[in-house]
Design a binder for this molecule. Structure first.
Ligand SMILES: Cc1ncc(COP(=O)(O)O)c(C=O)c1O
Ligand SMILES: N[C@@H](CCOP(=O)(O)O)C(=O)O
Length: 529
């Protein structure tokens, strides 16, 4: 290893106040050797792979699913050996031959532009679309390693060359495509409204999909003795939660830069609990992003934000999953809340690959929905794509998308242009009302999904999205991460907001008469079902 550093572990006081626990800790250069691992445990079987030893848990039958995968030679099925992928400059002149192995540590092209993971389509095209559909369908709901994961069930299209032994997975993906029957009918007069619940996931957001890929590749790099001592990110909460969980699972150190007091308590506690080295920095997300870019260019800490195109390889599988869940029928619209703007491109890429490789014959139109308080893409779109300006992102209840200078702006513009897409925005009142309305129909969504639903309501009202259009709203995080925003709303405790759908609890004395009085009053006003 070229150079390595030992970072002091977070040293929290015994009775810490959560808001003050992440502290600025000193990094002390020293030597640290990280042992790459498979998520592993103590017992019986062990094997050698490259230069490290992997120990795996045994099942009652004596074999772990990892062992079983090796035994069945699923680790590198012979038909996969022709598939490959490499980094190329994003959306560059096809005549440019610049490319890099995925085993290189590189985030930008020679010209400073974004990179993209390019798959060898000619090898993938040797198999017809029907082959891929059948293969992917055959893996859903299974426990075979690693294909039981919604991401790794598409391994050949994600990281075709990684050994299954190196994969770090929580069997993420395969998330619910929820038929939002009541919301669709009641508020939009639509029968075909679906919510892709990417937030019902291991760490409660869609970030798990990308992070399993990135951390798996890091695990491989460490096994190859590449100079990596840990993985780092700037975060509005969800990226750091996913990063710390996957790193903890693999025994790899993680470093997270959080904007102080700008993320929810539930999100803050996730990396703390998973043992990440957490820096709470007195700036906003864009400031943290700038810092992590500088730090990762100086220290052998691998960058985990979506600037790193590996992440998008995992995230794109949510798009493939949507098609799969509709039996390979293509919806008319897919609406995605946007912040750093990697995900909108990931969705485009997933749909594009399915079309290009013959699984479907078209792609849906994409909508990217932004909070009006952090809307650089929306403003760019409204200028006719003439004038991009980063903005200072203002506070929004959709705190995970409080981003003013998105790193993937070029990817987002490309995805929207290629899909005849649209950008919409939602004010604070609109997004909070939409979240409350959705919750009142049995969902429990995050404010970002409120942004996407609010965009849908506007597009329905203007007639752009029609009553019969099959529409998928991507729900990006679990509502339980954002309970404070719901508490504020339902307590009517938000300045300058009517909170029209607030449903505050009723305080009542602990006697039968008082309880009966309030119930009778309520029932006399409530419509009968
Ligand atoms: C919950 C949630 N929704 C939406 C987004 C936006 O995704 P992207 O940054 O890829 O645009 C993020 C992160 O940015 C997020 O954490
Ligand atoms: N919402 C994100 C912001 C960073 O986005 P990334 O996809 O570039 O990591 C977060 O949760 O941190």
């Amino acid at each position: 290893m070229a150079s390595s550093y030992l970072f002091q572990s977070p040293n929290f006081s015994t009775n810490p106040k959560l808001s003050s626990t992440p502290t600025t800790l000193k990094a002390t250069p020293s030597f640290l050797s990280i042992k790459a691992s498979s998520p592993s445990s103590s017992s019986s079987s062990s094997s050698s792979s490259n230069n490290t030893t992997t120990t795996t848990t045994t099942t009652s039958k004596g074999n772990s699913i990892r062992d079983e995968a090796r035994r069945q030679n699923l680790t590198n099925p012979p038909q996969n050996q022709n598939f490959s992928a490499k980094y190329v400059p994003f959306n560059d002149d096809p005549a440019n031959t610049e490319s890099y192995s995925l085993d290189e540590i590189i985030y930008r092209s020679q010209s400073g532009g974004l990179l993209d993971v390019q798959h060898d389509f000619s090898a993938l095209k040797e198999f017809p679309g029907s082959y891929w559909r059948a293969l992917f369908d055959s893996r859903v709901g299974k426990t075979s390693w690693p294909y039981g994961s919604g991401v790794w069930s598409k391994k050949e299209w994600v990281l075709p060359e990684i050994s299954s032994d190196d994969i770090v997975s929580a069997f993420e993906g395969n998330s619910n495509l929820f038929w939002a029957e009541r919301f669709g009918k009641q508020f939009l007069e639509m029968n075909e409204l679906w919510v892709k619940h990417c937030g019902i996931s291991h760490t409660g957001s869609f970030k798990d999909l990308g992070m399993t890929v990135l951390v798996s590749q890091v695990n491989r790099l460490i096994k190859m003795n590449k100079p990596v001592v840990g993985v780092g990110c700037a975060s509005t909460g969800d990226t750091s939660a996913a990063l710390s969980a996957y790193c903890a699972s693999a025994g790899i150190p993680s470093f997270v830069f959080l904007p102080a007091n700008k993320i929810s308590m539930a999100q803050l506690v996730q990396p703390i609990a998973n043992g990440a080295y957490v820096l709470s920095i007195d700036t906003d997300f864009d400031g943290c992003m700038q810092l992590i870019r500088e730090v990762t260019s100086e220290l052998p800490i691998y960058l985990a934000n979506s600037l790193n195109s590996l992440r998008l390889e995992g995230q794109k599988t949510a798009a493939i999953e949507i098609l799969q869940q509709f039996d390979w029928e293509v919806p008319d619209w897919v609406i995605v809340p946007g912040g750093n703007l990697g995900n909108i491109y990931a969705f485009y890429k997933g749909f594009y690959m399915c079309k290009e490789l013959g699984l479907v014959d078209k792609i849906p139109r994409l909508v990217c929905a932004q909070a009006a308080n952090a809307n650089p893409l929306y403003l760019y779109y409204k200028s006719g794509w003439k004038d991009f300006k980063a903005v200072k992102a203002n506070r929004t209840f959709a705190s995970a998308i409080q981003i003013g200078d998105p790193v993937s702006i070029d990817r987002a513009v490309y995805a929207l242009k290629q899909s005849n897409g649209i950008v919409e925005e939602a004010t604070e009142e609109e997004l909070m009302d939409a979240m409350a309305q959705a919750d009142s129909t049995g969902m429990f969504i995050c404010p970002h999904t409120g942004v996407a639903l609010s965009a849908l309501m506007k597009l329905r009202k203007s007639g752009v999205i029609r009553q019969t259009d099959r529409t998928v709203v991507v729900s990006t995080a679990h509502g339980l991460k954002f309970t404070q925003s719901k508490i504020d709303y339902h307590s009517n405790n938000i300045k300058d907001m009517a909170c029209r759908f607030a449903n505050p609890p009723v305080s009542v004395k602990a006697d039968f008469g008082s309880v009966m009085d309030v119930l009778k009053k309520y029932l006399s006003k409530t419509p009968k079902y």
